[in-house]
Structures are given as C-alpha cells and as structure tokens.
Design a protein around this ligand. Structure first.
Ligand code: SF4
Length: 344
C-alpha cells in the first residue's frame, strides 16, 4: 500500500459527531480529509498518486479502514470530491458532490480566514491565484503550461544544487545576500544557477535567489497584472517552504498567512461543500469496501444528438473487453458525463 506522506488523525472511538469526507485528486497527489459538523479538521492525508487516481483513492480508503475506528464508515454522512479527477472519483466512491478546485480552495481558505482577499496556491505541478471579496470568488487564474511558477521548478533545482527540498526554506533564511537568478523557465534558471555557483556564491544565497525567481514568475505569469489585495493566504504543498513565504512577503509588502492545514485545503473545502450539500439527507457514499474492486475506465461518444457527449464509465476489469458501455450491463459500475442525464 502507498502510505501517505503527511498524516493528521485525531479521530477517536468515543467521538459521536457526524463526519464528512473530502477528497482532492490531482495530477500529482491525492488529499483526503474528514471534518465534523463544526468544520473541524479531524483527519488529513497527502499521498503521491503515481499516475492513477483510481488506485490512489482506493489505497487511501484502505488506509482509512486500517487506521480509523471500526464504525467510521457508518459515521461518514457526506462525501465531496474536487481536483482534475473529481468526476471519476465521484463515480467511483459514490460521492454526493463534485466541485472545481477553485471553489473548494476558496471555501477552505475563507473558513480559516473569512476576510481573505487573495489566495496564493502553489502545488507540485500547477499553481493558481484566487481573488475574493466578502467570501465570494471574483476572479482567478491558473497556470496551465509553464512549470516555472510551480513546486516542480524548485524540486528540479534542489536536485541540481544537491540540497533536499525540505531544507530549501532554512537555507534561504540563512542567506546573507541575494543572488539574482533568471527564473523565467527551468532551463534558463539551471544554466544561470550553474554560472552563479562557478562564480563562488553560497548555496544559501543561490537558494534565496531561486525562491525569489519562483515568486516573480508566479506573480508575472499566474497573477498577470491582477490587483492583489490583503489579507493574503498561501496554501498548497509549496507553502511548507519558508523561503517562498518570505519572498512573497518581500514582493507583496504584506504578511502572508499560512494555515497549519495548508497542504489539504482543497479536500477540506470539498468536505465542507459535502456537509452543506447533504444537509441531513442520506449520502450516496458506496463505503470503504470500494477499495477492493478491480475497476477499469472506458468511454464512448453518444451519437444520439448533436451534443455528442463523451460518456465515461467504470467497468469491472475482467469484463472491459466484453462491454461497450452503451448497454445496461451488471459489469458497468458507473457512467457519467452525459448532458441530458441519459447515462447517469
Ligand atoms: S448523452 Fe444525451 S445530450 Fe449527450 S449526446 Fe447523448 S442524447 Fe445527447
């Protein structure tokens, strides 16, 4: 089993609260959270998903079954999903609601900082900025192609400079001078970093320069001239790096708030959305045993009207070559993505 890299768990047998599960499945990682009715975060995990959202979600459910009390399944009263695989995972686990990451992150951040105006979110492979006013999202932008404003930029340079990424922040804070690194893309940054090393600058100063380069890139490419107002909340995996926090504060001229649960804010927001959506009704959650099914994805284009929806489905793996997804068949576990609801 792929064990989570970050784990928080304060769920005990004697708690009798209703619980709500939120799952955020992205291209790099799967985040799971469980909250109670007061939106207190009781359980959180961050797991590298190694390219398969289905297997990663199933392993996370297996892990919950292993470490949480026996009655946990009965206590989960609502489930929400978010992230790029949100519809697939909603179909897999029978979640009650699937919402885009922008909404889930905004709900998560504004729960802890109700007057937040700007959410700076940087993950391993993507980054986004969300602008808010009075608890409502007014604008947002996501990076789509360039890695230079994401965590993978730092990961790449950490390998090159031979400093573990977890120590980047401490190195940056110890720097007695700042070296300007051309960070517009990872290739330029690498060659610039090599020449700065050859010129004799310390690792600390170069790492501080890399942190500044990432922040400049993010502000130029992701924020693209948008007016950013405080309070600023910084979340996503890169928020663990104190060097980036400092670089943001220097560039923005304001404090940047990082909540202790910064690494699961999308999943946290998704659990809150599930609680609000279910609102006392019965959840459609299939339960933790779904982790034992061997399912494979499939799709077909519906020819029945001009919309030509691409219908996606999950099927038992041993029957994948036998079924075409259009007919009703016991082997088909779930179908989704039809605009008219014909294949829901
Ligand atoms: S699923 Fe419905 S809306 Fe989509 S193409 Fe078929 S008939 Fe049209």
């Amino acid at each position: 089993m792929n064990k989570p890299e970050f784990i928080k768990n304060i769920i005990t047998d004697d708690l009798d609260d209703k619980l709500y599960l939120g799952i955020d499945v992205g291209s790099v990682s799967t985040k799971c959270t469980i909250i109670n009715e007061r939106d207190e975060l009781l359980y959180a995990t961050w797991t590298r998903n190694k390219g398969s959202p289905i297997i990663s979600t199933q392993e996370n459910l297996k892990y919950m079954e292993k470490v949480l009390p026996d009655n946990i399944e009965k206590r989960i009263c609502g489930v929400g999903t978010t992230g790029s695989a949100r519809y697939l995972i909603k179909a897999l686990i029978g979640a009650d609601i699937a919402k885009p990451e922008i909404i889930a992150h905004a709900i998560g951040a504004s729960t802890y900082t109700p007057d937040v105006r700007t959410i700076l979110e940087i993950g391993g492979q993507d980054s986004k900025v969300i602008l808010m006013k009075n608890g409502i999202v007014t604008d947002f932008n996501m990076n789509s192609v360039c890695a230079a404003g994401t965590g993978s930029f730092l990961d790449h340079q950490a390998v090159r400079i031979n400093v573990p990424i977890e120590e980047f922040g401490d190195y940056a804070l110890r720097a007695d001078e700042e070296v300007s690194i051309a960070g517009r893309c990872t290739v330029f940054a690498e060659s610039d970093m090599i020449s700065k090393q050859q010129e004799g600058y310390s690792k600390e100063s170069i790492i501080k320069g890399l942190c500044k380069a990432l922040v400049r890139n993010y502000l130029n490419n992701v924020c693209k001239g948008k007016k950013l107002y405080p309070p600023f909340v910084f979340q996503g995996g890169v928020a663990a790096n104190s060097g980036i926090k400092n670089a943001f504060e220097e560039e923005l001229g304001h404090e940047v708030i990082i909540h202790e649960n910064y690494y699961v804010m999308g999943a946290f927001g998704s659990a809150i959305l599930a609680r609000e959506h279910v609102n006392g009704e019965l959840s459609s959650f299939h339960g933790l045993k779904i982790s034992e099914m061997d399912l494979a994805p499939g799709s077909f284009v519906c020819p029945d009207c001009a919309n030509r929806c691409t219908i996606k489905y999950l099927v038992r793996r041993e029957d994948k070559n036998r079924v075409n997804g259009r007919e009703k068949d016991d082997a088909i576990f779930a179908r989704w993505n039809s605009r008219c609801g014909k294949y829901s």
